[in-house]
Design a protein around this ligand. Structure first.
Ligand code: HEC
Length: 154
Protein backbone atom coordinates (compact mmCIF):
# COMPACT_ATOMS: atom_id res chain seq x y z
CA UNK A 1 0.00 0.00 0.00
CA UNK A 2 1.26 3.51 -0.80
CA UNK A 3 2.25 5.94 1.93
CA UNK A 4 -0.65 8.22 0.93
CA UNK A 5 -3.21 5.45 1.28
CA UNK A 6 -1.76 4.31 4.59
CA UNK A 7 -1.94 7.85 5.97
CA UNK A 8 -5.50 8.27 4.71
CA UNK A 9 -6.47 5.07 6.48
CA UNK A 10 -4.81 6.14 9.71
CA UNK A 11 -6.53 9.54 9.66
CA UNK A 12 -9.92 8.01 8.88
CA UNK A 13 -9.51 5.61 11.77
CA UNK A 14 -8.52 8.46 14.10
CA UNK A 15 -11.47 10.58 12.96
CA UNK A 16 -13.91 7.73 13.49
CA UNK A 17 -12.30 6.93 16.84
CA UNK A 18 -12.72 10.56 17.96
CA UNK A 19 -16.43 10.34 17.26
CA UNK A 20 -16.76 7.52 19.77
CA UNK A 21 -15.54 9.61 22.71
CA UNK A 22 -18.70 10.50 24.60
CA UNK A 23 -19.48 14.16 25.28
CA UNK A 24 -22.33 15.40 27.37
CA UNK A 25 -24.65 17.75 25.51
CA UNK A 26 -27.81 18.15 27.51
CA UNK A 27 -30.37 20.82 28.21
CA UNK A 28 -31.11 20.20 31.90
CA UNK A 29 -34.68 20.64 33.10
CA UNK A 30 -35.12 23.72 35.26
CA UNK A 31 -38.05 25.35 36.99
CA UNK A 32 -39.41 27.98 34.53
CA UNK A 33 -40.00 30.36 37.44
CA UNK A 34 -36.23 30.57 37.92
CA UNK A 35 -35.63 32.10 34.49
CA UNK A 36 -34.44 35.69 34.53
CA UNK A 37 -37.14 38.32 34.87
CA UNK A 38 -36.09 41.30 32.79
CA UNK A 39 -37.79 43.73 30.41
CA UNK A 40 -38.64 42.06 27.09
CA UNK A 41 -36.08 44.05 25.08
CA UNK A 42 -33.29 43.04 27.47
CA UNK A 43 -34.30 39.41 27.58
CA UNK A 44 -34.52 39.28 23.79
CA UNK A 45 -30.86 40.31 23.53
CA UNK A 46 -29.79 37.71 26.06
CA UNK A 47 -31.80 35.07 24.22
CA UNK A 48 -30.29 35.98 20.89
CA UNK A 49 -26.67 36.41 21.96
CA UNK A 50 -26.10 34.56 25.21
CA UNK A 51 -28.61 31.76 25.76
CA UNK A 52 -26.75 29.15 23.72
CA UNK A 53 -24.03 29.08 26.39
CA UNK A 54 -25.67 30.72 29.40
CA UNK A 55 -29.01 28.94 29.72
CA UNK A 56 -30.50 25.47 29.77
CA UNK A 57 -32.01 26.12 26.33
CA UNK A 58 -28.93 25.63 24.18
CA UNK A 59 -29.64 25.22 20.45
CA UNK A 60 -27.02 22.61 19.61
CA UNK A 61 -25.88 23.14 16.01
CA UNK A 62 -25.39 20.18 13.67
CA UNK A 63 -21.60 20.47 13.94
CA UNK A 64 -21.88 19.98 17.68
CA UNK A 65 -22.34 16.29 16.74
CA UNK A 66 -18.88 16.07 15.25
CA UNK A 67 -15.55 15.82 17.09
CA UNK A 68 -13.40 17.80 17.55
CA UNK A 69 -15.90 20.73 17.32
CA UNK A 70 -18.26 19.10 19.79
CA UNK A 71 -15.58 18.98 22.50
CA UNK A 72 -15.05 22.74 22.38
CA UNK A 73 -18.73 23.55 22.12
CA UNK A 74 -19.69 21.26 25.00
CA UNK A 75 -16.94 22.81 27.11
CA UNK A 76 -18.07 26.38 26.37
CA UNK A 77 -21.65 25.53 27.31
CA UNK A 78 -20.64 23.69 30.47
CA UNK A 79 -18.33 26.46 31.68
CA UNK A 80 -20.68 29.20 30.45
CA UNK A 81 -23.55 27.77 32.50
CA UNK A 82 -21.33 27.48 35.56
CA UNK A 83 -20.52 31.18 35.40
CA UNK A 84 -23.95 32.47 34.54
CA UNK A 85 -27.17 30.63 33.80
CA UNK A 86 -30.11 32.82 32.78
CA UNK A 87 -32.45 29.83 33.16
CA UNK A 88 -31.58 29.76 36.87
CA UNK A 89 -30.95 33.46 37.49
CA UNK A 90 -33.75 33.90 40.03
CA UNK A 91 -32.17 31.41 42.39
CA UNK A 92 -29.06 33.59 42.75
CA UNK A 93 -29.13 35.80 45.85
CA UNK A 94 -28.99 39.61 45.51
CA UNK A 95 -25.25 39.78 46.11
CA UNK A 96 -24.56 37.27 43.35
CA UNK A 97 -26.92 39.05 40.96
CA UNK A 98 -25.14 42.35 41.59
CA UNK A 99 -21.77 40.75 41.03
CA UNK A 100 -22.94 39.13 37.80
CA UNK A 101 -24.47 42.39 36.58
CA UNK A 102 -21.09 44.06 37.02
CA UNK A 103 -19.44 41.23 35.08
CA UNK A 104 -22.07 41.44 32.35
CA UNK A 105 -21.55 45.19 32.10
CA UNK A 106 -17.89 44.60 31.42
CA UNK A 107 -18.21 41.45 29.31
CA UNK A 108 -20.51 43.02 26.72
CA UNK A 109 -17.79 45.60 26.05
CA UNK A 110 -15.51 43.03 24.43
CA UNK A 111 -15.42 39.43 25.64
CA UNK A 112 -19.01 38.32 25.08
CA UNK A 113 -20.46 36.74 23.10
CA UNK A 114 -17.33 34.69 22.38
CA UNK A 115 -15.67 35.58 19.09
CA UNK A 116 -15.57 31.99 17.88
CA UNK A 117 -19.32 31.82 18.38
CA UNK A 118 -20.04 35.09 16.58
CA UNK A 119 -18.20 33.76 13.52
CA UNK A 120 -20.83 31.06 13.19
CA UNK A 121 -23.74 33.19 14.52
CA UNK A 122 -23.55 36.66 12.99
CA UNK A 123 -26.93 37.55 14.47
CA UNK A 124 -25.43 37.23 17.97
CA UNK A 125 -23.14 40.23 17.47
CA UNK A 126 -24.17 43.03 19.83
CA UNK A 127 -24.91 46.43 18.35
CA UNK A 128 -24.05 49.58 20.26
CA UNK A 129 -27.73 49.88 21.09
CA UNK A 130 -27.87 46.28 22.42
CA UNK A 131 -24.87 47.04 24.61
CA UNK A 132 -26.44 50.24 25.92
CA UNK A 133 -29.72 48.44 26.61
CA UNK A 134 -27.98 45.73 28.63
CA UNK A 135 -25.80 48.22 30.49
CA UNK A 136 -28.78 50.41 31.38
CA UNK A 137 -30.53 47.31 32.74
CA UNK A 138 -27.65 46.61 35.14
CA UNK A 139 -28.46 49.91 36.86
CA UNK A 140 -24.78 50.63 37.50
CA UNK A 141 -24.28 54.36 38.00
CA UNK A 142 -21.76 56.49 36.11
CA UNK A 143 -20.12 57.43 39.44
CA UNK A 144 -19.59 53.78 40.30
CA UNK A 145 -17.97 53.24 36.90
CA UNK A 146 -15.76 56.32 37.24
CA UNK A 147 -14.60 55.16 40.66
CA UNK A 148 -13.85 51.58 39.55
CA UNK A 149 -13.05 51.77 35.86
CA UNK A 150 -11.16 48.46 35.83
CA UNK A 151 -14.18 46.61 37.10
CA UNK A 152 -16.39 47.81 34.24
CA UNK A 153 -14.26 48.74 31.26
CA UNK A 154 -11.51 47.06 29.27
C1 HEC B 1 -20.26 30.43 22.77
C2 HEC B 1 -20.63 30.46 24.14
C3 HEC B 1 -20.89 31.77 24.83
C4 HEC B 1 -21.74 32.78 24.46
C5 HEC B 1 -22.62 32.84 23.25
C6 HEC B 1 -21.68 33.76 25.52
N1 HEC B 1 -20.80 33.35 26.49
FE1 HEC B 1 -20.37 34.30 28.21
N2 HEC B 1 -19.05 32.86 28.73
C7 HEC B 1 -18.78 31.73 27.97
C8 HEC B 1 -17.71 30.97 28.62
C9 HEC B 1 -17.12 29.67 28.10
C10 HEC B 1 -17.36 31.67 29.79
C11 HEC B 1 -16.31 31.30 30.83
C12 HEC B 1 -15.13 32.18 30.81
C13 HEC B 1 -14.32 32.05 29.57
O1 HEC B 1 -14.01 30.93 29.14
O2 HEC B 1 -13.97 33.10 28.99
C14 HEC B 1 -18.22 32.84 29.83
C15 HEC B 1 -18.18 33.80 30.83
C16 HEC B 1 -19.06 34.85 30.93
C17 HEC B 1 -19.09 35.78 32.06
C18 HEC B 1 -18.25 35.73 33.33
C19 HEC B 1 -16.78 35.78 33.11
C20 HEC B 1 -16.31 36.92 32.26
O3 HEC B 1 -15.48 36.66 31.35
O4 HEC B 1 -16.79 38.06 32.44
C21 HEC B 1 -20.06 36.69 31.77
C22 HEC B 1 -20.49 37.86 32.63
C23 HEC B 1 -20.63 36.34 30.47
N3 HEC B 1 -20.00 35.22 30.00
C24 HEC B 1 -21.64 37.04 29.86
C25 HEC B 1 -22.13 36.75 28.59
C26 HEC B 1 -23.14 37.53 27.93
C27 HEC B 1 -23.82 38.75 28.54
C28 HEC B 1 -23.34 36.96 26.71
C29 HEC B 1 -24.25 37.45 25.61
C30 HEC B 1 -24.12 38.81 25.23
C31 HEC B 1 -22.47 35.80 26.62
N4 HEC B 1 -21.74 35.72 27.77
C32 HEC B 1 -22.40 34.95 25.54
C33 HEC B 1 -19.40 31.36 26.81
C34 HEC B 1 -20.30 32.14 26.11
Amino acid sequence: MSVGKTLALIFSALFIGMQLIPVERTNPESDPSLEIEAPAEVKAIFERSCYDCHSNETRWPWYSNIAPAKWFIARDVKVGRQWLNFSEWEKYDEAKKEKLKAMIFKAVGLAMPLGTYVKMHKEAQLSRKDRDTIRAWTGISPEEIMNNPKRYLY
